[in-house]
Design a binder for this molecule. Structure first.
Ligand code: C2E
Ligand code: MG
Ligand code: MG
Ligand code: MG
Length: 290
């Protein structure tokens, strides 16, 4: 009986594996076609100054809709990475971003766009050359395009330091995305020489829950200050989460559903037009008494 059961289970497993693989193959092929036919789109999520609510930037997030079905980037980005399609995908996103910046976002010179790049982009010299060429022909300053790299892509410290240096010398600012989830770069954050960190949403979501992981947030912030890094807090969904960070850090930017969901370039433009003008930060009691 055990043998029969084993064989049956094994057979079932094999069929599942084959189905998974076929599914995966077709996902890869479909993605290749979507990139080739320019069917990927980009949405933008505002990044705001937490104290004033003023939008300071937007993050470009790739979108893939097919036959009414929306496939999340967390599913297809890893497929693109494995299939060697990520350089092309990233450049497609950048082309779209540059079009949108020219048509919609360009009026605000202080405003910048954040673009996610993968390890294979970071370490590819052809990619940075292609990026520079595109910016030049679009007439967009590299200072307006922030590059978000994952903590994971800095695992090879020496290579990352070199690649970051190269991109920064061409004018880009570099942020470490999902900071705090990978641990590796905590140890050599100073040496990486980036411009800022984005504190991962998993920390934001534990605020007020009494979870231990929230207790390392002040440490992360202290470390960012030591290295003079800018901070963006991800995943702010509630006023309580916003207030926690506003009280902890004098100058902090935030991103999350409380401030706006990812949306079209046009709606970001609208948001910029109706945004409150720059306000001086509220007077703090301790400053007034000086
Ligand atoms: P990410 O770079 O950390 O982007 C933030 C993700 O968190 C986005 O998910 C965004 O929609 C979501 N988010 C923002 N605010 C909130 C919030 O308040 N609550 C919750 N629950 N979620 C929030 P999205 O668009 O599904 O993207 C997922 C990931 O896919 C991104 O995470 C990034 O790692 C990757 N990705 C997206 N676009 C690109 C791209 O163009 N290139 C590359 N290489 N990766 C990309
Ligand atoms: Mg990001
Ligand atoms: Mg992130
Ligand atoms: Mg994240």
């Amino acid at each position: 009986i055990i043998t029969i059961l084993g064989a049956t289970l094994g057979g079932a497993l094999a069929i599942i594996l084959i189905l998974l693989q076929r599914n995966n193959l077709s996902l890869k092929t479909r993605l290749q076609q979507a990139i080739g036919h320019n069917r990927l789109t980009v949405e933008y999520q505002p990044i705001v100054d937490v104290t004033s609510g003023r939008p300071v930037a937007a993050e470009a997030l790739v979108r893939w809709r097919e036959k009414g079905e929306s496939i999340p980037p967390d599913v297809f980005i890893p497929v693109a990475e494995k299939a060697g399609l990520i350089n092309r995908l990233t450049l497609c996103v950048i082309d779209q971003v540059l079009k949108d910046m020219a048509a919609v976002l360009n009026a605000n010179s202080g405003f910048h766009i954040s673009v996610n790049i993968s390890a294979a982009d970071l370490f590819n010299r052809d990619f940075s050359a292609a990026l520079a060429l595109r910016l030049e022909s679009a007439g967009v300053a590299s200072q307006q395009v922030v590059l978000e790299i994952t903590e994971r892509s800095t695992a090879n410290a020496a290579g990352a330091i070199e690649a970051i240096k190269r991109l920064r010398s061409s004018g880009h600012r570099i942020f470490i995305d999902d900071f705090g989830t990978g641990y590796s770069s905590l140890a050599y954050l100073g040496e990486l020489n980036v411009d800022g960190i984005k504190i991962d949403r998993s920390f934001t979501q534990t605020i007020g829950t009494g979870s231990v992981s929230v207790s390392i947030v002040p440490q992360i912030i202290g470390m960012a200050h030591v290295h003079h890094l800018d901070i963006v807090v991800e995943g702010i969904e509630t006023p309580a989460q916003r207030d926690y960070f506003a009280a902890l850090v004098p100058k902090v930017d935030g991103q999350g559903w409380l401030f706006g969901r990812p949306a079209s370039a046009a709606s970001i433009r609208e948001m910029l037009n109706s945004a409150p003008a720059h306000r001086s930060p509220p007077q703090r009691a301790d400053l007034k008494s000086l």
